[in-house]
Design a protein around this ligand. Structure first.
Ligand code: KIV
Ligand code: ZN
Length: 498
């Protein structure tokens, strides 16, 4: 019989911790809703004590999520554990996830604690967490560089004090698949009470082995794996959920393991994370990259046409990549529009469909046919706050190879129209300078990217900007057939979030 592997998703904690991936509360909730659709077993919603914003997000996610367990990370100290429980206590299935390092290098230089002190603190922290919550996970940070015999004593203590899950992180992405497997086997053989706990792994991708190490751990007996959508995470990232899940499914003959993920939601989940974080993935990324199912070589195309299995081990339909269908146009009605969104895997409220339909009609006046890609882009804009403080009223741009670019921007700020003129290094810079004069704040533009969101000559241009105001960061995005308009709207989208 196949082993059931639990999927612990840490996109909202380890993933969100990575550079350029921070999300606001509304975005985190949107991700949590999608993770439920994906049917993950555990959602690690954040690190509650890290900031008031993190605490609020964990609380709100705990209240919103119905099926998955909701975990908060915390160090092995009382005030962290108190805060973690306070944040997850409204969850249907709350989990406290506490951690302490066990490698010689971390104990000596970071914790300045002896083995005995680490052992004692582990027991204390797990028992303290257990008073609040039946489900307690204990992670031995930097486990893959720890002494196995000591690690086994730490885990035995954690289980004796009530841990329901013990986690073996390859914190710095140092391990090899064989070594990870050896850790799992050792833990299975030498940890007292191990039959009462789940064995979990958490692998980082510094040497490009996170997925391989996770799969080797499953073969050796791990029953929970920690991962993120698109593999986002600290430094080179974490284990990519979609890659592990599709390995288990495609090579069930080899891994004899299965999980509860609804794989039809994989593509949508990946797109959502790209949209929210503004971090694109490489076209050749396994499973969800743009080229993952594209056969370019004639010999491959011929083979696939003759018999799909010659070159295809998975299908794009399986993971929910929408198939090309009749395009919608300006005469399409709200009903056909709504049905197409459902087919694409969206479940929007009637109000959200109305908003997207209004944007669809405007776009349909500019473009003859509206593709599935256009619809994705239109729906992604629903993440914008409804009542934006700064709204674009009008813009006029003058630019050319022999003149300095100038812009006239008018914004609706509450109910007043404010207009300013500015010049700059090109049309986008001129527009942003005029906006900055209107809003009178020191916004920094950290990153600007533009690409065609859809295909064809009348493709929608998608602009993603990353902005900073004091210590706050936000990602702004917008699409338009006019790339200057997309640039201005993306900037305003980011400014409104800030
Ligand atoms: O990488 C790591 O060790 C972690 C733990 C806190 C689980 O993220
Ligand atoms: Zn980690």
């Amino acid at each position: 019989m196949a082993n059931r592997i639990k999927i612990f998703d840490t996109t909202l904690r380890d993933g969100e911790q990575s550079p350029g991936c921070s999300m606001n509360l509304q975005e985190k909730l949107e991700v949590a809703v999608q993770l439920e659709k994906l049917n993950v077993d555990v959602i690690e919603a954040g690190f509650a004590i890290a900031s008031p914003g993190d605490f609020e997000s964990v609380c709100e996610i705990a209240k919103a999520v119905k099926n998955a367990a909701v975990a908060s990370l915390c160090r092995a100290v009382e005030q962290d554990i108190d805060r973690a429980y306070e944040a997850v206590r409204h969850a249907v299935h709350p989990r406290i996830h506490t951690f302490l390092a066990t490698s010689p290098i971390h104990m000596k230089y970071k914790l300045k604690m002896s083995e005995d002190e680490v052992l004692e603190r582990t027991g204390y922290a797990v028992a303290y967490a257990k008073k609040y919550c039946g489900d307690v996970e204990f992670s031995a940070e930097d486990a893959s560089r720890s002494d196995k015999e000591f690690l086994a004593r730490v885990f035995s203590k954690a289980i004796a004090c009530g841990a329901t899950v013990i986690n073996i992180p390859d914190t710095v992405g140092y391990s090899s698949p064989e070594e990870m497997a050896a850790y799992i086997s050792y833990v299975k053989n030498y940890v007292n009470g191990i039959e009462k706990a789940e064995i979990s792994v958490h692998c980082h991708n510094d040497l490009g082995l996170a997925v391989s190490n996770t799969l080797a751990s499953i073969r050796a007996g791990a029953t929970q794996i920690e991962c993120t959508i698109n593999g986002i995470g600290e430094r080179a990232g974490n284990t990519s959920l979609e890659e592990v899940v599709m390995n288990l499914r495609t090579r069930k003959d080899y891994y004899s393991a299965e999980c509860g993920i609804d794989i039809k939601q994989i593509y949508r989940s990946s797109k959502l994370i790209q949209t929210i974080t503004g971090v694109p993935i490489a076209p050749n990324k396994a499973i969800v990259g743009d080229n993952a199912f594209v056969h370019e070589a004639g010999i491959h195309q011929h083979g696939v046409l003759a018999e799909r299995s010659t070159y295809e081990i998975m299908t794009p339909q399986e993971i929910g990549i929408p198939q090309k269908k009749m395009a919608l146009g300006k005469h399409s009605g709200r009903h056909a529009f709504g049905e197409r969104l459902t087919e694409l895997g969206y479940s929007l409220s009637p109000q959200e469909i109305d908003n997207a339909f209004a944007r669809f009609k405007i776009l349909a006046d500019k473009k003859k046919v509206i593709s599935n890609g256009d619809l994705d882009a239109l729906v992604a804009m629903k993440l914008e706050p409804v009542n934006q403080h700064y709204m674009l009223d009008n813009f006029i741009i003058n630019s050319g190879s022999k003149i300095t670019a100038t812009s006239t921007i008018s914004l609706k700020v509450d109910d007043t129209i404010i207009e300013k003129v500015a010049s700059g290094d090109g049309p986008v810079d001129a527009a942003y300078k005029a906006i900055n004069t209107i809003i009178n704040k020191k916004i920094e533009l950290d990153d600007y990217s533009i690409h065609a969101a859809t295909e064809g000559e009348d493709a929608l241009g998608e602009v993603i900007v990353k902005l900073t105001l004091d210590d706050k960061k936000a990602v702004g995005r917008a699409v338009s057939t006019d790339i200057i308009e997309a640039s201005i709207l993306a900037y305003l989208n980011g400014v409104n979030k800030l």
